[in-house]
Write a protein that binds this ligand. Structure first.
Ligand code: SAH
Length: 361
């Protein structure tokens, strides 16, 4: 009882995260506080290059400014509850937020660099029938700074071996387009060369298909990689897997996708999870090929990750290759997603669902 009250008080008194501020917002805050705006670059340097965790350490700022910062903002430090390393080097973190909720972040090691998968919401309200992240619904949105803090935290861990986070995928817990503004600030901050300087082409965002936000995102004209969780070749199957498809139907989603490709000139990725007996037959591959014919796109086939609370079964290997071949023969760009972290519950939401049952019930 006492702990709940403490957590609640902590939440109410928690100051906004300084990592939520885009550079121009920090400048505006400084101007209002009667300070020189060039201090913004200095503060960014402390936060993102030196990666300090206290305002006290920002030694080239006046004591007075450090006090003002302290009074207005917090430097989000995430508490590591669990850190699991897979035999393939993938590291999965379960982090605790200031109000006691937990989120997952995954670090994947590739030949071309280190990629991190971040969470945008505590839980999710989209309700995909195969996904562990949505168990227990949505608890709250993350602030931009809480998403940025995941990257800073993992980068600090990599600092020890002189490595860097080279790419970011927004494919952790939550629907990024359901927390649109914070997600967008997050993108701008990590992309900023004065902050983490992660190139737009090394950032990927994935959505379950919130159609109005796809139009909005296309108009932002960011050069980042964009993925759609498609998972079905037709409206009926998609609705059975993803309730969001009843609000935003497949034909409307495809229209939005076309708009995105035309507006940005960029290729889109479709994620297609193979769910045994549901969407994994040769005729589904043929139907999918017809659906996306002529679009500048790529298909990522994802063999289903087993989630104990869900009852989907894996497609046999041979059948996965058959599915891939059918798409290839129809001229579709396709790859089977390499699986990492299988032994550490690395699919989104799995670790949280296992360790934090009270949050996901
Ligand atoms: N909410 C966003 C971001 C999550 S990305 C989205 O839906 O796109 C994570 C990807 O993994 C999504 O394509 C999601 O549909 C997929 N996924 C979730 N649970 C899965 C499971 N059990 N097996 C295979 N893919 C899964």
């Amino acid at each position: 009882m006492e702990t709940t009250t403490n957590k609640k008080q902590q939440q109410e008194t928690q100051k906004p995260s300084i990592y939520s501020l885009e550079l121009h917002e920090l400048r505006e805050w400084l101007a209002e506080a009667g300070e020189k705006t060039f201090r913004a670059e200095q503060i960014y340097d402390w936060l993102y290059k030196q990666r300090v965790t206290s305002f006290e350490d920002m030694s080239n700022l006046s004591k007075d400014l450090r006090r003002k910062l302290e009074e207005s903002y917090s430097i989000t430090t995430l508490n590591t509850l669990i850190q699991q390393t897979s035999s393939d080097g993938t590291i999965k973190f379960l982090f605790e937020l200031h109000d006691g909720f937990s989120i997952e972040t995954v670090l994947m090691r590739h030949e071309y660099g280190n990629s991190i998968c971040v969470t945008t919401q505590v839980g999710c309200r989209i309700g995909c029938t195969f996904c562990a992240s949505t168990l227990g619904g949505l608890k709250r949105n993350l602030q931009a700074g809480e998403i940025v803090a995941q990257v800073v935290k993992v980068q600090k861990a990599l600092d020890e071996t002189d490595e860097r986070v080279s790419s970011v995928v927004i494919m952790g817990i939550g629907e990024p387009f359901d927390n649109y503004d914070e997600m967008l600030s997050f993108l701008k901050i990590i992309n900023d060369d004065k902050a983490l300087n992660i190139g737009a082409r090394h950032i990927t965002v994935s959505t379950s298909g919130i159609v109005p936000k796809i139009y909005k995102f296309a108009d932002e004209q960011m050069q980042i990689n964009f993925a759609i969780s498609l998972h079905a070749p037709n409206n009926e199957i998609r609705s059975s897997l993803m309730p969001i498809n009843r609000a935003y139907k497949l034909p409307d989603l495809m229209e939005a996708v076309k708009y995105y490709i035309e507006k940005t000139g960029r290729r889109i990725s479709f994620e297609y999870g193979l769910f045994g007996g549901v969407n994994d037959q040769v005729e589904h591959a043929e139907e999918l090929a017809r659906l996306i014919k002529g679009l500048k796109c790529h298909v990522n086939l994802i063999p289903v990750n087993y989630v104990p609370e869900r009852n989907y079964v894996r497609t046999p290997r041979e059948q996965i290759f058959e599915f891939e071949k059918t798409l290839k023969n129809a001229g579709v760009n396709v790859t089977i997603r390499r699986e990492q972290g299988h032994d550490i519950d690395a699919a989104c939401g799995q670790l949280r669902a296992k360790e934090r049952k009270e949050e996901t019930r």
